[in-house]
Design a protein around this ligand. Structure first.
Ligand SMILES: [Fe+2]
Length: 100
């Protein structure tokens, strides 16, 4: 949908099915770790690049402010779920999951 409004030469490089297949072949522990990392860096991205930027429109900043707040609830849920998953693993399984 975005390609319609993008400049000449724009290509969407990532194939969603390929990304989904790569993620789904990993352990639940590794997927939860990735998701938590995304939730955390999304918040940090807002705090470092959007919040302090006085040149951005207040409306644009509000959208990302409330998105950042939503991400905090996701991170809280991830931080509850990830330790539960962690307790299921043996040390060997955990080492493999870290590598993933
Ligand atoms: Fe999220």
């Amino acid at each position: 949908m975005l390609a319609v409004g993008m400049p000449e030469g724009y290509r969407f490089l990532h194939q969603p099915d390929t990304v989904a297949a790569a993620v789904l072949e990993k352990s639940t522990w590794a997927v939860l770790a990735l998701i938590l990392e995304i939730e955390l860096f999304t918040q940090e991205h807002y705090r470092q690049s959007i919040e302090p930027d006085e040149s951005l429109s207040p409306f644009f900043k509000d959208i990302f402010f409330f998105h950042m707040k939503e991400e905090t609830t996701h991170a809280l849920m991830d931080e509850l779920e990830w330790p539960r998953e962690d307790k299921k693993l043996t040390p060997t399984e955990r080492e493999r999951a870290i590598g993933e």
